[in-house]
Design a protein around this ligand. Structure first.
Ligand SMILES: [Fe+2]
Ligand SMILES: [Fe+2]
Length: 228
C-alpha cells in the first residue's frame, strides 16, 4: 500500500497556512449555524467536527471534490449527535425520518437524518449533496455520491481517531474512495456484529451497491480491495 506521501497527500499540513485556510472556510459557515453548534455540542465534539472538516477538505482536494462543501458537511455532520434520545426520536418523527425499526431500537442512528433535516428546515440549506452526506454519515447508503463517501470516511479517519487499522484505512481513503468505503463499512459492520447490535439496512445496501458499482467499473468488487 503506498504511503500518503507517495500518493501526494500530506496529512500534516503547514500549521500556519492550514490555520488561515480553516479560518477563511469557517467564515463561509453562517454565524447562527456556528453558534448553534457551539451551543449544542460539547467542546470535544466540536473539535472532532473541525477535524472531520479538515480531513474532508483534504480528501476532497485529493479526489477532485468540492473543498468548501466538504468543510461545511464536516463542521455540521454531528449537529444532532448530542440531542437526548427522547428529543431525537421526537424530532425524527416530526421530520418523518424514522424509516427502519432498527432506528427506534438504536435512536443514535437517527442523528444523521435529523441533523440534515435541521440544516434544511432551520438553516435553509438546500444543497442535496451536503444534506445526503450529513444524513448518511453513520450508515452509508446505496448510490453514495463523492461528498457522501468523503464525509463517511473523514468521520472515520480524522486525525483524532485511534483504533487498530486506522492508519491503513486513512491511506486507503486517500488512495481510492470506493476501496476506502468497502474497508470502512467492513470495519463498522464487524464492530456492530461484535457488540451483538443490529445492522442498519442502509449499511448493507451501501455495501452491496459499492461492490456492484466496482464490478460495473471493471473492478472485482471485494477482490480488488487489497490491491491499491
Ligand atoms: Fe456522527
Ligand atoms: Fe462524527
Amino acid at each position: 500500500m503506498p504511503s500518503l506521501q507517495a500518493t501526494g497527500v500530506c496529512t500534516e499540513p503547514n500549521p500556519s497556512s492550514s490555520g488561515e485556510k480553516r479560518k477563511d472556510r469557517e467564515e463561509l459557515i453562517p454565524m447562527k449555524l456556528l453558534q448553534y453548534l457551539e451551543l449544542n455540542l460539547s467542546a470535544d465534539r466540536f473539535q472532532h467536527s473541525k477535524r472531520v472538516a479538515e480531513m474532508a477538505v483534504m480528501l476532497a482536494e485529493r479526489h477532485g471534490g468540492d473543498p468548501e462543501k466538504a468543510n461545511f458537511a464536516g463542521i455540521t455532520h454531528d449537529l444532532a449527535k448530542e440531542m437526548g434520545t427522547v428529543e431525537l426520536l421526537k424530532k425524527a418523527e416530526e421530520f418523518g425520518k424514522i424509516k427502519y425499526e432498527v432506528e427506534v431500537n438504536c435512536p443514535d442512528l437517527l442523528h444523521g437524518p435529523v441533523g440534515a433535516a435541521i440544516l434544511r428546515q432551520r438553516f435553509g440549506i438546500e444543497d442535496e449533496s451536503i444534506l445526503r452526506a450529513v444524513a448518511h454519515h453513520t450508515t452509508g447508503a446505496p448510490g453514495m455520491g463523492k461528498l457522501e463517501k468523503i464525509l463517511y470516511l473523514a468521520d472515520f479517519v480524522e486525525v483524532g481517531r485511534d483504533f487498530p487499522g486506522v492508519g491503513e484505512l486513512r491511506e486507503l481513503a486517500f488512495f481510492d474512495l470506493g476501496k476506502g468505503m468497502l474497508a470502512g463499512i467492513n470495519l463498522a459492520m464487524v464492530k456492530v456484529l461484535s457488540r451483538r447490535r443490529s445492522i442498519h439496512p442502509l449499511s448493507v445496501e451501501a455495501w452491496n451497491w459499492i461492490l456492484g458499482d466496482r464490478n460495473e467499473k471493471g473492478g472485482q468488487g471485494w477482490n480488488d480491495y487489497e490491491k491499491p
